[in-house]
Design a protein. Sequence first.
Length: 262
Amino acid sequence: MNDLVISLAVFAIIFGGALLGMVVRPLLSETHLHPDSRGVVKMATGLIGTLTALVLGLLIASAKSSFDQKTTQVKQITATVILLDDLLAEYGPQAIPARNLLRQSIQPLADRIWRENETLASKPSHFESSAESLAFEKELSHLSPSNDAQRSLQSRATQSFTDVAQIRLQLFTQSGGSIPVPFLIILVFWLSAIFVSSTLFARTNVVVMAPLFVCALSFSCAIFLVLELDSPFTGLMRIPSATLRGALLPVSSASSIDRSSP
């Protein structure tokens, strides 16, 4: 379900709690409106509010940590791909086919990373290496080094390719949302209970309902922020793929760069 739709539903449920309190209030008797009853309700509401604040803060921190982790992993893939190309360039002309295959594998790699988070959110899937990746791995293993320097470069290139593959698998296993639905439902229930109690004893007017409207909107925005951070490859706050897609120049242009410069 779309994050915006979920957030709007959360807003409707939370603010609906305030409206429910307005409906129930005229049905209460004088016994229910006794100061002792008000005190107990306020105490319970305060405890729920404290618990809700802690849980909501934990959700935001967890979602932000997950977003930052995946952003770092994408940067690591990009940097390692550039390093891998540099190692192959130092290897010599024999590695040009491998470098071409490396460039051909970047676009499918980015497409699959950004697309998997949409498909795995709806149904589970299994991981399959792309044809371009398999072809590059095969070409890399078929290199025949003629000296110690080339053997060292091939070994380092193989290790760099392995590092990219490991990060890629980590992104695959982390695809989809990580926030449990029951967790979100309980949080919304707590918030709606707070809003019910807020209008249960107070006389409702514009001055009362306006702050409650703003509070409900703020809570729904916080839920929207959590959901967006939890899906870093989709939505409004997605991690851009342009850096990874444009990490390498064509071989003809890249070969003209002076590798002796730092």
